[in-house]
Ligand binder design. Structure first.
Ligand code: KIV
Ligand code: ZN
Length: 510
């Protein structure tokens, strides 16, 4: 009988800390619902003290999800913990995750605290968190570069104070698998009350070792892994949920653990996170990349046809490939539309919003006969206007002809005032972007532009991602349409609307 490995997903918290990956409240709820469908044990929904928006998003996720435990992050500070406790009030099951840095460099340079003060603050924080929930997790930040003797002292003290999960982060992705596994083994051996807590790990991918380090920790007794969909996260990201789950499941001969995850939901969650954040999944990405199960070389195809195990160690359908079914079409009614969206965790605040999205669905169904879940997700993302949206696309006309310079005529409404501009460009997208910038004068720099088809076929919607930078702030925008020039304009305007709204948001680790 294998033991349970707890899957703690932090896409909505650490994943969202990637520059340009910030999500709206509604997007977070949609992702949380998809994680719940996947049977993720714990969803870290955000850092409630960071901003009013973060607080409300954690609150909304706590109210919307019933089957997964909802966690909020808090530094070892009274206000952080109180705010997390408040945001989690509506949750069926809640957890507060509190942390403080323990490596010499972080204690000295960042916290400017003596080690004994750090222990004192950690104990105080855990006790305060226990006033709100009996499920408290403690992390010694930068544990991977901390003194193991000091880790033993602080972890013993926080267990006594009431922490029931001890999360060991390799915050800067510095550890090697054998070393990190040994650290977990030693901590479990040396801490006298270690049996009163679950050991968890949280690995960053700076050396490309986040998954390897997490799995080495599991082999050495860790029973919770913190991870994100598609490995989203700060810098090089966090350990990828899909890789951890499938490694443990595929190599049952090595791991005496298994997860509760419904793996058939993995691909849908991956696509949703990628669509919402604009972080495209590379084709050769394990499990969820477009080529992960594609057998290009003839010899492989021949082998797979004779016996799939010759080259396949997992079945594509087990992680949700080939589950792409046509869900709705031109003749689908409003009720079928609403109920499919509800199954996807998408609800509407009002009948007016539902009707507007339904109208868009009908327009799409006229152009594209088969509508898949991915189309619906893109449609909803596209229809959901941001709060304080200042720029709206009224119309776009482009002209592109062999031997001629393309041009675009764009009409925008900016702060309710309409303007029209015509511009030439290297291509129709370039012309459209120049025209938009001519009206908005944002002074932003385009860092990334990418187009992907949402489903297959030339009638597929194109999903465009645009990343803009201004004064060190990075935002990404998304747009979808069967016409990729229109999708591009929508994505650009979506990013501009985000960058024009000032944000005042604390980062937990700064
Ligand atoms: O990487 C890290 O150390 C973190 C902590 C807050 C757990 O994200
Ligand atoms: Zn982290």
């Amino acid at each position: 009988m294998s033991e349970k490995l707890i899957i703690f997903d932090t896409t909505l918290r650490d994943g969202e800390q990637s520059p340009g990956a910030s999500m709206t409240k509604d997007e977070k709820v949609r992702i949380a619902k998809s994680l719940e469908r996947m049977r993720v044990d714990i969803i870290e929904a955000g850092f409630p003290i960071a901003s009013v928006g973060d607080f409300e998003a954690v609150q909304a996720v706590a109210n919307a999800v019933t089957d997964s435990r909802i966690c909020g992050l808090a530094r070892a500070l009274d206000n952080d913990i109180d705010r997390a406790g408040e945001a989690l009030k509506g949750a069926n099951a809640s957890r507060i995750h509190t942390f403080i840095a323990t490596s010499p460099i972080h204690m000295k340079m960042k916290l400017r605290m003596e080690p004994d003060q750090v222990i004192e603050n950690a104990v105080k924080a855990v006790k305060r968190a226990r006033r709100y929930t009996d499920d408290v997790e403690f992390s010694p930040e930068d544990a991977g570069r901390s003194d193991p003797d000091f880790l033993c002292r602080i972890l013993e003290a926080v267990i006594d104070a009431g922490a029931n999960t001890l999360n060991i982060p390799d915050t800067v992705g510095y550890n090697l698998p054998h070393q990190f596994g040994q650290l977990i083994f030693d901590l479990r051996e040396r801490i006298p009350n270690a049996d009163k807590a679950v050991f968890s790990v949280h690995c960053h991918n700076d050396l490309g070792l986040a998954v390897a380090n997490s799995l080495s920790a599991v082999l050495n007794g860790a029973r919770q892994v913190e991870c994100t969909i598609n490995g989203l996260g700060e810098r090089a990201g966090n350990a990828a949920l899909e890789e951890i789950v499938m490694a443990v499941r595929t190599r049952q001969d090595m791991f005496n653990v298994d997860t509760n995850i419904d793996t058939t939901q993995i691909l849908a969650a991956s696509r949703l996170v990628s669509g919402v954040t604009g972080f495209v999944v590379q084709p050769n990405k394990a499990i969820v990349g477009a080529n992960a199960f594609a057998h290009e070389a003839g010899i492989h195809q021949d082998g797979v046809l004779k016996s799939r195990e010759t080259y396949e160690i997992m079945r594509a359908e087990d992680v949700g490939w080939n589950a792409n079914r046509m869900v709705l079409g031109k003749h689908s009614g409003r009720n079928a539309f609403r109920s499919r969206l509800e199954e996807l965790g998408i609800e509407f605040d009002s009948e007016t919003d539902l009707n507007a999205t339904f109208r868009r669905f009908k327009e799409l169904a006229d152009k594209k006969h088969e509508i898949f879940d991915e189309d619906l997700q893109a449609l909803v993302s596209d229809t959901n206007t941001l709060e304080n949206e200042r720029i709206c696309l009224i119309s776009l006309k482009v002209c592109s002809e062999t031997g001629e310079t393309p041009f675009a005529t764009v009409t925008l409404s900016v702060d309710d005032e309409e303007s029209q501009v015509e511009m030439e460009g290297g291509g129709p997208v370039d012309a459209a972007f120049r025209a938009i910038e001519q009206i908005v004068k944002s002074g932003t720099e385009l860092q990334l532009y990418s187009v992907n088809n949402i489903t297959s076929g030339t009638d597929s919607q194109g999903e465009v991602n645009v990343r803009l930078e201004k004064g060190g702030r990075i935002v990404s925008g998304q747009g979808a349409d069967t016409d990729i020039v229109i999708a591009s304009a929508k994505a650009y305007i979506n990013a501009l609307n985000k960058i024009l709204v000032p944000v005042d948001r604390a980062h937990p680790q700064v």
